[in-house]
Design a protein around this ligand. Structure first.
Ligand SMILES: Nc1ncnc2c1ncn2[C@@H]1O[C@H](COP(=O)(O)OP(=O)(O)OP(=O)(O)O)[C@@H](O)[C@H]1O
Ligand SMILES: [Mg+2]
Length: 438
């Protein structure tokens, strides 16, 4: 089923493009200019990759065979293939609207509407393929079917989607990244090698960590970490499964003991301080897996986050959190366990905010959430950042985290192996290959 893996990967890149288009549409709506070069490269990519390679490859192999094997397939595939068929026309319409929008005015908002309509269609299409078509294929296709489909998908000599074509698509993708507005976070400009430990931006240091180690029994999970966070910065900690992100955050908040090293917070050595005192000093964590207390009401969960704070400020802080997450206010008296995964994540962040953090630690806030909710969670992080909050954001979702971070550190098996600005890391070849799937 290599073919499904390939399709899923391609979907991830398309989803990023769609999300990027949405972000740029937001900017245009807020008064930004329409950049014909950026959209030109996006539309070229969609035309050459999506319409001429990705869709035909699905149609000619996966979908063709799926129709032969299952009577139910037609219902699902008729819609998907009609969308494939309409792709080029839709794109032409978008290009026309782009040309008109270059004149500004009314055409501008029509272009934005057309963009949103397009990305909504694209995302809906991707979801339907993954939710309906792929599970059916897994169920009904035989080993021989998969062999045939995979052979086609892995044919590196294929002129439409083989190695040479793929290199061209990658090139186009990078061009989009280089043309995307800086604020969107895809706009990587510098590339090449980075110095491990590249210095942080100017501003005063809030957190400074040196030689930090932490162990689980005889296993050393952190092997001497040095890093700094400045006031107002959003710092991403990226790294794959088991790299040590959670251990690092837990060692900072004091729930996990350090076996060596020093932690300075606001100039004070807090290395020996208990976790509740660190929380009182302003280090508040939204833990991995959310860990809300299911049977307790939402409001009581939030109150727990304020247990190191004076009682008098709790009502005011509750209102602030409710203003940020209206859904929590609406459901304030219900057990937290009744919330959806995304809402529980909001609750976990809200609970951390109740401690009046000077440094907010977010451990994988996007974990296990549907793509659209991931976007929402990152919007929350962006809003907090805009308010001047200092944030450490640990994420396996490296692309999204680096896109909104000022700086990032790459963790690998307990060591920091790379650091730089979010932009630098996104454009770094090593990072791209290892974490961004490009
Ligand atoms: N409670 C534990 N007992 C023993 N070893 C642990 C424990 N928790 C983590 N480890 C080990 O410590 C290392 C770092 O794990 P950690 O959970 O910090 O990684 P992570 O980067 O947060 O990973 P993920 O992306 O999966 O959350 C891993 O080798 C892991 O197996
Ligand atoms: Mg973790």
């Amino acid at each position: 089923m290599e073919s499904l893996r390939i399709i899923t990967e391609e979907h991830q890149n398309l989803w990023r493009i769609a999300t990027t288009i949405d972000l740029v549409a937001d900017e245009i709506e807020a008064g930004g200019k329409v950049d014909p070069a950026f959209f030109g490269s996006v539309f070229d990519y969609i035309e050459q990759f999506v319409d001429r390679a990705h869709h035909p490859k699905e149609d000619d192999y996966l979908f063709r065979i799926l129709r032969q094997r299952s009577a139910e397939a037609a219902v699902i595939l008729d819609r998907l293939q009609a969308e494939h068929h309409n792709g080029p026309e839709n794109l032409k319409a978008l290009r026309r609207k782009l040309a008109e929008a270059a004149g500004g005015g009314e055409a501008n908002s029509q272009f934005v509407a057309a963009l949103r309509n397009y990305t909504q269609g694209l995302k809906g299409h991707i979801r339907a393929e993954e939710k309906d078509a792929m599970p059916l294929a897994r169920e009904v296709l035989t080993a021989e079917d998969w062999a045939e489909i995979d052979r086609a998908f892995l044919d590196n000599a294929d002129p439409v989607f083989g190695e040479k074509a793929s290199a061209e698509f990658r090139e186009l993708f990078h061009r989009i990244a280089s043309l995307a507005p800086e604020s969107v976070g895809l706009g990587a400009r510098s590339g090449g090698e980075l110095q491990p430990g590249a210095g942080p931006r100017a501003g005063d240091v809030l957190l400074s960590v040196s030689g930090l180690e932490s162990c689980y029994g005889r296993i050393k999970a952190l092997k001497g970490i040095d890093f700094e966070v400045r006031r107002g910065e959003t710092v991403a900690l990226v790294g794959s499964n088991g790299a040590g992100k959670t251990t690092l955050l837990r060692t900072l908040s004091g729930v996990q003991p350090a076996s060596a090293g020093r932690i300075y917070f606001g100039g004070d050595d807090i290395s020996g301080l208990r976790s509740d005192l660190r929380m009182k000093a302003g280090i508040c964590q939204s833990p991995e897996g959310r860990q809300v207390f299911g049977p307790l009401s939402i409001e009581d969960n939030l109150r727990l986050g304020a247990y190191t704070q004076p009682k008098s400020q709790v009502p005011e802080d509750l209102e602030k959190v409710y203003a940020m997450f209206p859904i929590l206010k609406e459901k304030r008296n219900l057990p937290a366990g009744t919330l959806s995964g995304g809402q529980q994540q909001m609750l976990a962040i809200g609970r951390a905010l109740m401690g009046r953090p000077k440094l907010l630690l977010l451990d994988e806030p996007s974990m296990g959430l549907a793509p659209l909710l991931v976007q929402e969670v990152f919007n929350v992080v962006k809003a907090l950042k805009a308010q001047g909050m200092t944030i450490i954001l640990a994420e396996q979702n490296a692309f999204a985290a680096l896109a909104i971070a000022d700086r990032g550190y790459v963790l690998e098996t307990g060591n920091i192996t790379l650091s730089g600005t979010g932009q630098e890391l996104i454009s770094n070849e090593q990072v791209r290959a290892a974490y961004l799937g490009m």
